[in-house]
Structure formats: structure tokens, C-alpha cells
Design a protein around this ligand. Sequence first.
Ligand SMILES: O=C(O)C[C@@H](Cc1ccccc1)C(=O)SCC(=O)c1ccccc1
Ligand SMILES: [Zn+2]
Length: 169
Amino acid sequence: AKLPILEFPDERLRTKAAPVETVDDEVRKLVDDMLETMYDARGIGLAATQIDVHRRVVVMDVSDDNSQPLVLINPRYTPIGDEKEPLSEGCLSIPDYYAEVPRFLKVQLNALDRNGDAYELEAEGLLAHCIQHEYDHLEGVLFVDYLSPLKRNRILKKMQKRHKQIQDA
Ligand SMILES: O=C(O)C[C@@H](Cc1ccccc1)C(=O)SCC(=O)c1ccccc1
Ligand SMILES: [Zn+2]
């Protein structure tokens, strides 16, 4: 099922997600709902935090034909080297805003897949960027937190206006 995505500055986005104890059918249903929600929203990643489920589950698909879904349960990453590069990021919880966020160039990802089996992979470029962006969501961190207070307030004002229009509509 398609699930509603929380939008900044909703405080629930600041919740720290809890580790998944057992990868059971309930977790697999959550993963399937998250993939459906992500593809429908034209995203390349989605963290459970964004659909108000505070468990450490992330889905991603950086392929251009939505053919490579990746499931990250209890993900951890380790930077490879300390080089960072800025990349323009979007966020499904901050629609229509993009900002350059410096992230590690290369990371090693460790996570459980949808069967609860552990895997690891080395990621760089957009995939590495997305892993760091989604991991932040599980920690209650949004990309606006890396911007200057001036820029962050400008986005906050615009989002509050947008939410007011939706209320008044
Ligand atoms: O809010 C999310 O977690 C999804 C977010 C993931 C992400 C995109 C770009 C860089 C890092 C993380 C999105 O998918 S936003 C969608 C979008 O604007 C976009 C899609 C492909 C490349 C760049 C941006
Ligand atoms: Zn995001």
C-alpha cells in the first residue's frame, strides 16, 4: 500500500529509529509498502522514519528503470577514505528543494536483506550519497540540518506556507 510521507518540519521526522529484532513477514510487508511508496513518489530512497514507522528499515533503487530495489535493515556504513564531495540532494520529506550536501565519496555498507541475511557492499557516487542520506533519516537528521540557518529558515517558511495552503484548501 502507498503510505503518506511526513513532511518537514514535522517533529516525528526527528525520531530515532529502533533496530529490527527479527526480520519476519511483518517487516517484509513494511518493505514492500515502502518500495511501492518510494516508486510512486519518484524517489531513489525511502527510510521508514519518513512514513512514521520508527524502525531501522530503508529501501533504495538508484537504477534508472526501477529494476534494482535494495533493502537495508539495521544498516551501518563505514567511510572508505575521508574524502567528501558535495552532491545536489532532494528529499521526499522536503519536496521541491535541492541543496548541495557534502558526503563521503565511498562507503562500505553492512545491512540485513529482506530474508534477514547479512550482506555488505562497497558504494560510491549517488549510491553512497543515498546511503548516508537514508541513514541520517533513521537518526532523525534531515539535509536541511547541514545548511546555514538562513537557508534552513527560508525552506521552513516556504514549507509552513505550503502546509497552511493545504489546510485552507
Ligand atoms: O527523501 C529521501 O530519502 C529520498 C531522496 C533520496 C536522495 C536523493 C538524492 C540524493 C540523496 C538521497 C530522493 O530520492 S529525492 C528524489 C530526487 O529528487 C532525486 C532523485 C534522483 C537523484 C537526485 C534526486
Ligand atoms: Zn530524505
